[in-house]
Design a protein around this ligand. Sequence first.
Ligand code: KIV
Ligand code: ZN
Length: 521
Amino acid sequence: MTSNSNIDTTPIQIFDTTLRDGEQSPGAAMTHDEKLEIAILLDEMGVDVIEAGFPISSQGDFRAVTEISKIVKRASVCGLSRAGFKDIDRAGEALKGAFRPRIHTFISTSPVHMKHKLNMGENAVLEAVGASVTRARNYTSEVEWSAEDATRTVPDFLCRCVDVAIQSGATVINVPDTVGYSTPQEFFDIITMLRNRVPNADKVIFSTHCHNDLGLAVANSLAGVLAGARQVECAINGIGERAGNAALEEVVMALRVRKDIMPFTHNINTTLLNRASKMVSNHTGMPVQYNKAIVGKNAFSHESGIHQDGMLKNVETYEIMRPEDVGVHATSLMLGKLSGRHAFKDKLETMGYVLEAPVFEDAFRRFKDLADKKKHVFDDDIAALVDDGIMRGKDTISIKALRVEAGTGIVPVASLTLEAEGAVRSVTVSGDGPVDAIFMAIREAYPHNAALQLFQINAVTEGTDAQATVTVRLEENGRTVTGKASDTDTMVAAAYAYVNALNKLLVKREKHAPEALTVAR
Ligand code: KIV
Ligand code: ZN
């Protein structure tokens, strides 16, 4: 693709879209407080731009962009908008409190999108590009323009659109591979073409936004960087529409580990990657696959004898990066029922958790309960316990009591007391199995129409006394949400996970889906 002689080593800007494109993943709805918590961590991690939402799409997104604008200390905060003035004005309003506001406006440029989605011809699209960028510049000097479906756009037309965007004042030109169709060489050529052909291309930053439909999102993004792009759009754990976006942790670690062929710097504190991955997984309810690069549970485990032998002789035999570099620490100290507040606090701090007093006290009480039931409490147990407490603390529907009877020769029965929106209700319901009885009891105590799409149980650690993490996915009117909970009692975890999903559904009901992405003026 290129040699690295005479390469421009301008630092790479990391643009995180976990809270916008990431939240568009099916089932990934996050509560307002969860979004703020993620934004604070991204800012601390050194992300350069945080895309906090799509302000016109819902009241919830508007509020998230508004609040994140106020709390973020160093990153640019970005709001997405289509090309219509209403969208841009709404984004401008939401970003008012940001110290570095950025409006990201986009329109489709490929023949298939222009014909079937926009019903617009080339001239109308060019006009919309100019008008939208000019409008956005009234609000801020940081204006990013995206050619949606750029990689399936006719090259000459793409150049003309980018030219108009630059002339109208865009400072960042984003080149999305919206449908994840491109390949590294092709993506390299598109960025190279734009930089070579469009007048004043050297006055703007080119950006990549690659989807992962063919599993090439990270490779394409890095090819874009080699071709001169200096911003990479990505998301923690690679979440996003369909197969997702380029994974932030993979892009950043590839740049770090392969500095020999990609000599670029970035501002990311990589030791926070593992924590960010866990936080995003917990808040979205989307599990991270075990063999996921960088942040998967197995990313640093060596199972085969040959590998273990090599590792004992010299870690460089099989390890290209150190687990500590991404915030994974060996379990140095296992906690048990005799561990006190101090040891628990120390452990939380090494894991990156700083809890306020009431949250800490609640976590400590639940840790003691867990240590009574389980001989050894591992780091993963503590992470599950703390994250679970944080999630439950914000719920508006909560379980007050649960009793389940099941076994051979009896009909499974669940007796449940639920508090919802201030009212307490107790029910006793039988079912085909204990989980069925619990879910039917919740449905009776809090009637709703959501359909169960997924029920999944995972052990947090090994052993029969391990905690179970239960994942429940519910669907209502085309909206899906995922709830999660952990407990040593799988039935209790199942009940909490279902209620956690219901709570998320309540949040998501506020958020109406964005209209079809067409130009709204
Ligand atoms: O994938 C895409 O094209 C997008 C744009 C809105 C940038 O997400
Ligand atoms: Zn996208």
